[in-house]
Ligand binder design. Structure first.
Ligand code: T4K
Length: 378
């Protein structure tokens, strides 16, 4: 008999460095009395992350969504931007908040990222860019999207909220397209509590982004453009520097947990794990599985409910589809026949718990529950 967990098991848990590491950094902040506005912790973290992510230009932000808004403005996107419905609300919302119409295109059935052929079908004279998402850290087809962007002279912006540390044949994921947003929310592999960043292709774009996140201020007597406050504080940066020390251990442990899931669940009928693409280093952000009810013997929702009864809080990222939100469902591109692959994915995907402090015993128990749901019905 499988016993429920005595404590809730969540989809993720943040890296928590020893409190002493944070207080040591807080003492530095206290001694300088410098709390925000590109202080020493901020500058140190920006440099460290530029190296870690293997990107030339990086700008830190107070969260990923504001970062996305500033990138959209810096790239002068307008009119229509093609994006995926299979994402977190922040992606289409950042477009809508910028007065842009999100145009949904369907996704690739394996990667679950934008399908380049479907993107091309959605281009109109009003299209100014593509906002693609590296879902669960699985990279988009970056070459195909770059070719489309070049052919139609579109801007290419990536939402890399899940893609911290992903590399394609050694190249940092943030080096693709015009710019990439990273989220450093507490639920992310690397985090600063709340936080984010934009990596971008040129120093000129970086300069514009830096201006936009600081009210457009160029100097004490010059305000160059309509900016906003998107700055990361010294406290956020200090947490990030402490968290960064643990990345190696965390990714190793997550790799091992994912390996255990793959070993236990990989051969079960009706369960598919996300693909490992050749030459791609993963972000180990989520353990997403797809449930094919006809083979598994139970639906994704039944599995989700059963896991809850054992105190396991898996998550249906991303259900419902963004194109089904009241704010977007009247858009022509949101109609169900336009996004059938995304619709199927949203009904099948479940993110199982994945984090460094999750023990092997817990993973085995979660797999036992999954197996029991399947075997009861088959
Ligand atoms: N683009 C994409 C593709 C994204 O996924 C996101 C954010 C963004 C853009 C926007 O980036 P930010 O502006 O957030 O930087 C969470 C996060 O709030 C959100 O950042 C994230 N995506 C999304 C995928 O997940 P919820 O509503 O699922 O969070 P919540 O509070 O239910 O947390 C999930 C689980 O994590 C909890 O059950 C337990 C654990 N947890 C959570 C928090 C906040 C902790 O252990 N500690 C914590 O402090 O959205």
């Amino acid at each position: 008999m499988i016993r429920p967990f005595s404590e809730p098991i969540y989809v993720t848990r943040p890296i928590l460095p020893p409190v002493a590491d944070i207080t040591a950094r807080l003492e530095q902040i206290w001694s300088t009395q410098w709390l925000t506005n590109a202080g020493p912790q901020h500058e140190e973290l920006e440099g460290a992350l530029r190296r870690y992510l293997n990107v030339d230009q990086l700008s830190l932000f107070t969260n990923g969504t504001i970062a996305l808004l500033c990138a959209i403005r810096a790239l002068e996107l307008s009119g229509e931007v093609i994006t995926t419905p299979f994402t977190f609300p922040a992606t289409p919302h950042a477009l809508a908040w910028s007065g842009i119409t999100p145009v949904f295109a369907d996704i690739d059935p394996v990667r679950l990222t934008l399908d380049p052929a479907k993107v091309e079908e959605r281009i109109t004279p009003k299209t100014t860019g593509i906002l693609a998402v590296h879902v669960y850290g699985v990279p988009c087809d970056v070459e195909a999207l770059a070719a489309i962007a070049a052919k139609y002279r579109l801007r290419l912006l990536y939402d890399g909220a899940h893609a911290f540390g992903v590399r394609i044949r050694g190249t940092g994921i943030g080096s693709y397209g015009d710019a990439t947003m990273f989220s450093f929310h507490a639920t992310k592999l690397f985090h600063t509590g709340e936080g984010g960043a934009i990596s971008c292709a040129t120093p000129e774009l970086r300069h514009r982004i830096d201006r936009l996140k600081n009210f457009g201020i160029a100097d004490q007597e010059t305000v160059e453009c309509v900016g906003i406050n998107g700055k990361m504080s010294e406290l956020q940066a200090a947490l990030g520097l402490a968290v960064l020390e643990h990345m190696h251990a965390e990714t190793n442990r997550r790799r091992s947990v994912l390996g255990l899931y793959a070993k236990r669940l990989g051969a079960l009928p009706g369960i598919t794990l996300m693909p490992e693409l050749h030459g791609v280093e993963s972000s180990y952000q989520y353990c997403a599985v797809r449930i094919d009810q006809s083979l598994f013997g139970a639906s994704r929702d039944e599995l989700h409910r059963t896991l809850k009864t054992f105190n396991v809080f898996a998550r249906k990222y991303f259900y419902p589809l963004c194109s089904d939100y009241p704010s977007y469902r009247e858009l022509p591109s949101a109609s169900p026949e336009c996004v059938p692959v995304a619709r199927a994915a949203a009904s099948q995907v479940l993110c199982l718990p994945l984090y460094g402090s999750l023990g092997d015993d817990a993973v085995h128990t979660i797999c036992d529950i999954v197996q029991s749901v399947s075997s009861v019905r088959t």
